[in-house]
Design a protein around this ligand. Sequence first.
Ligand code: ADP
Ligand code: MG
Ligand code: MG
Length: 503
Amino acid sequence: METIESIAANTALVRAREGGGRSWKWKEMLRFPHISQCKDLAMNIERDYYSLCVKQPIGKKLFQLFCRSRPDLQNYISLQDALDNFDIQSDDKRKESGNRIIQRFLMKQSSECVSILLRHERSCNQSLELNPCGDVFHGCREQPIMKQTFRQYRLLGKGGFGAVWACQVRATGKMYACKKLEKTHVKKRKREDMALNEKEILQELDSRFVVNLAYAYETKHNLCMVLTMMNGGDLGFHIHRMGSPGLTKDRVRFYAAEVCCGLIHLHQKSILYRDLKPENILLDDNGHIRISDLGLAVKMSEGSLVRGRVGTLGYMAPEVIGYERYGMSVDWWGLGCLIYEMTAGRPPFRAKGEQPKSSEMERRIQNEHEEYGNQFSKETKDICSSLLTKDPTKRLGSQKSGGKDVKFHPFFQEINFRMLEAGRVDPPFKPDPSQVYCTDVQDIEEFSTVKGVHFDQTDSFFYSQFNTGSNSIIWQNELIETGCFEELNVFGPKGSASPDLDW
Ligand code: ADP
Ligand code: MG
Ligand code: MG
């Protein structure tokens, strides 16, 4: 006979199996950790499309919800289902099933056509003919980031290897700046390592004082880095193109303080920036700055120094010019140049409008002392001359305590760094949202095209390393900021989305 204990035990088990039984404290138990506790995860998580939107179940669900909200992406979900089905077809049925998929999703005429995948039609047809049992639809399984992901707007600026354009993600409406490096230029000048280095350093960073990398992708002709949009223009523009050269003392102090925080963040991650100059410091809508252009940045190994004459001549530290080994000291020299230029309206070793020969610039930087006019207050002059100390071991910021020394300088007395680091200090100047703070489009020179460059296997490998698609953290912020997440993450009865979303 069954004992009362065993009846009770079995009933409990059967009940539990029937479902329900969630603790009344379940919400508390499942509460997500604060985002700041997820930093390690953010560093280590696999960020590719496959891992985030296919392999991870919640990621997949969120991605499907997102796709269902957009007519152009809805078909993509049906395609995914059709492909899952294709995978389990017996050998003799694969050809027919594959052809149906091509007809349904990869042909322009079809009402279910997935426009972003049209370009795969030919290759899928071919591989279906050749080997219907192979991975025929490989190219369709990834949702690639590509040219069509964005709308392109005006040219914002030009650099050494390509141009920076304003762009907008079609799906969410979020604006970004797209830095395009021309493949031909990169190859011709052997800058593959540099391009990859810039991309990899950017993707490792997460600071309010450094531009973020949202996407990295390739097109036929370009390698593209999609960056935080900085609508307020670069500091060079503000110093030199907005009336009489130079900035007011409160702006100088504020920008210098934010740059200082950005440098400290980089240095904490063992990254030496090496390209501090007004053109590389950008303003956002509210007037906060971010350091941009990490093309020359270098990751240092523990306790070691680097060598290399890189940077922009007028802003290079004496030890860089002198081919010596150097460390973080060169960025503090750069900050000195920046504070000087913001105050005086000209860089420290060059008169207004003067274009000295490089040898003369080098001589001045290594041997001459900069002059201080009456725009310089006592503290401004003091911080500049401490940062522009020729001997890197004696330079402000270069001692053990690093950036802390700089923060404690009397020049920054009125800055509350803790508030500043939390983004709680109102900038002294807010860019006018109706103004475009950059050189007129027609005055930015066109890029000359390089002919006779041929691409091979090595190039393809390099491009594939570069082409890592979206940065998951930034992408999630994009969805939240643009309100997409709120609209998508609405669960109505029975787990459906809210009734006003048109499924
Ligand atoms: P390079 O490495 O070739 O110097 P940069 O990254 O400095 O290229 O970009 C060149 C110019 O493009 C900058 O001086 C700036 O005016 C503009 N620019 C770059 N990034 C952005 C951005 N995120 N938002 C707005 N403008 C930008
Ligand atoms: Mg630049
Ligand atoms: Mg650069």
